[in-house]
Design a protein around this ligand. Structure first.
Ligand SMILES: Nc1ncnc2c1ncn2[C@@H]1O[C@H](COP(=O)(O)OP(=O)(O)OP(=O)(O)O)[C@@H](O)[C@H]1O
Ligand SMILES: [Mg+2]
Length: 283
């Protein structure tokens, strides 16, 4: 049975300063755990540790029971754990069309290529637009075509039209860019998604649709999702469990229903009192 993402006694330090201390947390496949805590409590640092971009000072991070290395991860390890960041513009190369970003990603990971037993230009796989500047062999053209079809499918998953493939990041709104960032993260079929304040740069009305999208995809794709936010109303809207980080330590982990009605830790209560109008929606 797959156990999803597990943090066991994780510690992270910047130089002599320990920023994350003895954090143990589990995120099961298909579940969304909200990580909340004030600015500087270590949320982004923990996200970086999970994707392997900062080394662990102690403890371990496991995926389905297998330890993920803390630095120099293999391509497979990197593929398995994807990050969606706060500012989608910063994470998208302005010089590349969305189509070329997705194509490169699928190519590097050997995804979206036509299976060898089928005709590489099978009608249902044929891209609607032409292959520009392709110098490859027929076989390569076929792979490129199927990667393009897969890219269009990924954009469809996040509610965007295939024509978006030929456009550049600047030609999209903030909400659309965040959808593209989500499509890019999902392109490599990860097991774990870490979303670090994915909607805090968006207008409130746009936030809601992106949150709904994330929560729908997390369950549809059976992703173990760690959803980071300092906004409890956002956490309340999408998370199954809530984990509260204070000064680099987890002070409470509880199912959302219980957390929002009976928070146990004084710090959790203080966080909730700062936003008094949260009412847990009943499904
Ligand atoms: N590269 C770094 N080098 C040294 N210290 C750092 C570095 N990055 C973060 N810190 C420190 O680590 C602590 C945790 O920072 P982190 O960015 O993880 O917090 P956060 O909870 O994500 O905050 P925010 O809500 O503002 O995004 C802070 O004290 C911060 O100053
Ligand atoms: Mg942060």
């Amino acid at each position: 049975m797959s156990s999803g993402l597990e943090l066991v006694d994780v510690g992270v330090a910047y130089g002599p300063t320990r920023v994350i201390d003895a954090v143990s947390l589990q995120v099961a496949p298909g579940r969304i755990v909200g990580l909340v805590g004030e600015s500087g409590s270590g949320k982004t640092t923990l996200a970086k540790a999970i994707i392997g971009s900062v080394p662990l000072a102690s403890g371990s991070i496991r995926l389905d029971g297998v330890e993920l290395r803390s630095g120099h991860r293999s391509r497979e390890e990197r593929r398995a754990v994807q990050l969606v960041q706060q500012d989608p513009f910063a994470s998208l190369n302005p010089a590349l069309t969305i189509g070329s970003v997705l194509d490169e990603l699928l190519r590097v990971h050997g995804l979206g290529a036509a299976p060898s037993h089928t005709h590489p230009q099978a009608p249902e796989k044929r891209p609607r637009s032409r292959n520009i500047g392709s110098k490859g062999t027929f076989r390569e053209l076929g792979d490129r075509g199927s990667r393009r079809a897969r890219s269009a499918e990924l954009l469809g998953l996040v509610g965007l039209e295939a024509e978006a493939l030929d456009r550049y990041p600047r030609q999209f709104s903030g909400g659309q860019r965040q959808r593209i960032a989500i499509a890019r993260a999902l392109a490599v079929e990860p097991a774990v998604l870490v979303a670090d304040e994915p909607t805090s740069s968006l207008d409130v009305s746009v936030q809601k649709t992106v949150l709904e999208l994330l929560s729908e995809l997390a369950s549809r794709m059976n992703l173990a999702t760690l959803f980071i936010s300092h906004d409890l109303s956002v956490i309340n809207a999408v998370c199954d469990h809530v984990a509260v980080l204070q000064g680099g330590r987890l002070v409470e982990v509880a199912p959302s229903g219980r957390f929002f009605t009976h928070p146990e830790h004084p710090y959790s209560r203080a966080l909730l009192e700062a936003v008094p109008r949260i009412v847990k929606e009943t499904p």
